[in-house]
Design a protein around this ligand. Structure first.
Ligand code: FES
Ligand code: FES
Length: 247
């Protein structure tokens, strides 16, 4: 009769044959007893848990054993760069994150808070400034792209204490209420007149063969449509621009 390790008879199955511990004890590969097998399995499991699991361990082993595996060093981008900006006839050196928008560089690093952040998405025009006489949305562009360019903000349009003609016209024709959009409106209007003088056409210009478009009210409204005014001061804005344009 088969006996278990402690000498007692091995339990019999429904067929009357001996089963149980003796089979398990004897059937473990490598001649291990059941107890030894369980102890070994537990130790291996604990080891895997400490190394972070079977998958990770296997992967690490593959990387180490793969001769074609190359360690890629990803360069760390600079956190700040020195940028020289020519703003309102002054040269300023600022140390900024290269991802800083021109609007943030002007407002946060140079203290020029006239340009406003309305939407920060290129939709309202409150951040409009002039670069080499052309209007741009400063929230949509990086400051590092404008080194060596001539940047003009609303603060730079005045001549000392004397207002720019467009600024004076906005005051005269009530071209604002709360004033939040006004710096962008004025810079945009100055840039728009430069564009019209240079012969740029708009979506409503009736005759594209003309060298210059006549600045009608419809032309002015279309060309200024990128500058929103939540106060609805549009009639005054259009009158102010017409007076400066002489139409
Ligand atoms: S803040 Fe730049 S377009 Fe609105
Ligand atoms: S004046 Fe208030 S948003 Fe234009």
């Amino acid at each position: 009769m088969k006996k278990s390790k402690d000498g007692s008879p091995a339990p019999k199955g429904p067929d009357g044959a001996a089963h149980g511990n003796s089979q398990i004890d004897d059937g473990v590969p490598g001649g291990q007893t059941r107890r030894e097998f369980i102890a070994t399995a537990a130790a291996v499991g604990a080891g895997l848990a400490l190394t972070g699991g079977l998958g990770e361990h296997t992967e690490a082993a593959e990387v180490v054993n793969d001769p074609s595996a190359v360690k890629v060093q990803v360069p760390t981008p600079p956190t700040s760069v020195a940028v020289e900006l020519h703003v309102n006839d002054k040269v300023e050196m600022v140390k900024i994150d290269p991802r800083t928008s021109l609007l943030d560089a002007l407002r946060e690093y140079m203290g020029l808070t006239g340009s406003k952040k309305g939407c920060d998405h290129g939709q309202c025009g409150a951040c409009t400034v002039l670069v080499d006489g052309k209007r741009i949305n400063s929230c949509l562009t990086f400051a590092v792209m404008y080194q060596g360019k001539k940047i003009t903000t609303i603060e730079g349009l005045t001549d000392g204490d004397v207002l720019h003609p467009m600024q004076a016209a906005f005051v005269k024709y009530d071209g604002f209420q709360c004033g939040y959009c006004t710096p962008g409106q004025i810079c945009s209007a100055v840039g728009m007149l430069n564009e019209a003088k240079a012969g740029c056409m708009s979506a409503v210009t009736p005759d594209l063969s003309c060298a210059t478009a006549q600045l009608t009210e419809a032309e002015i409204r279309e060309r200024m449509s990128g500058n929103l005014c939540r106060c609805g001061a549009y009639p005054g804005i259009v009158e102010a621009i017409k007076s400066v344009a002489g139409v």
